[in-house]
Design a protein. Structure first.
Length: 131
């Protein structure tokens, strides 16, 4: 499940597009289905989202966490608060902030403290996506 921030909060939208394309290719290779949830106030939809299944952005992400209870769920994002709530609910959680050059010291420390994985490169991300 891709938990996305509002697109205008990313420093480099092209980096996000690259990560989304990578995740789409990984999902195809490993026969995984990927869902995404936009921020409730998001108005933009990137072409890269066409490779994934869209969830209702007006429902809280916790609704989807609860719906998946008992099934394997990996929540992937950059710096979304959705990652924090996913960890509280014991979901497998990772941030692609390193891949987008958005990993600040504060973000790294916080995610390390709560157990959010932060793969340093696409090879590590691919291995974590297999979960």
């Amino acid at each position: 499940l891709l938990a996305l921030d509002k697109l205008d909060t990313y420093n480099n939208i092209d980096s996000l597009k690259n990560v989304l394309r990578f995740i789409a290719n990984s999902a195809i290779q490993h026969d995984k289905k990927v869902y995404y949830k936009l921020h409730p106030k998001e108005e933009i939809k990137l072409a890269e989202f066409d490779n994934f299944t869209e969830l209702d952005k007006n429902k809280g992400i916790e609704y989807y966490y609860a719906a998946a209870k008992g099934n394997p769920l990996t929540v992937v994002g950059c710096k979304s608060t959705a990652l924090m709530s996913a960890r509280i609910l014991k979901c497998n959680t990772m941030s692609f902030a390193y891949l987008m050059n958005e990993a600040t010291n504060d973000l790294i420390s916080f995610y390390k403290a709560i157990g959010v994985s932060m793969p340093p490169d696409s090879v590590a991300l691919d291995k974590l996506l297999l979960y």
